[in-house]
Design a binder for this molecule. Sequence first.
Ligand code: PXP
Length: 243
Amino acid sequence: MPRLHVNIDHVATVRQARKERNPDPVAAAVICELAGANGITVHLREDRRHIQDRDVRILRQTVKTFLNLEIALTDEMVAIALELMPDAVCVVPENRLELTTEGGLDAAAAAERLAQVLPRLHDAGVTSSVFVDPLPEPIEACAKAGAHYVELHTGGYADARGAARESQLQRLETAARYAHELGLRVNAGHGLDYDNVQPVAALPYVEELNIGHAIVARAVLVGLDAAVREMQDRILGAGQGEG
Ligand code: PXP
């Protein structure tokens, strides 16, 4: 079964809503690891809308399982990756106006740049991955550029319903088999949740699932009961010698 890597970007999204210290993604990463996550994933976006440089720096020191850093193919991000040395880098496309990573990287168009950047990561001992749509062209381009992994974009599968979902799953399976044939290793992620994860977890060759929003969204709901009770207890304890 694939390993679970928890993407904690949206813990930072809540923090950045107030630009305060809490909730700290570093604390979230510790809890994820204690709960059995096999790795932690963060996306340091060019606009720093959620994860900050400080988060990645501290996570590099504190994550004990596996740290996967998602970056755009810019000079700034490549330099940060080479300085901080996460266990793996996943190259993703980035568009300032998007709410989340919308599609896979056009790896054929980025082939020259990938062929320059990936060897630098490999020489430094960083595993590479490229986030791609489940299509032959970007997978072939990643193989040519020497990537270790492709991460198959599961958003099309997650958004589809009924028969369309079945055909999207088939598309992911075909892509996973093709990537494996070309010598690439395979991860998957985006839009996976508690209801749709199992068929993807059962796909051949998929080694790691990156899941973020669904887990953070569920944590807010399952944690809300305890958070409200704790605040009520503090309020009710006021004037009774507490605090
Ligand atoms: N994989 C990649 C490459 C991503 O960019 C994201 C979103 O940041 C994810 C996985 C996780 O997607 P989600 O938050 O929908 O689980």
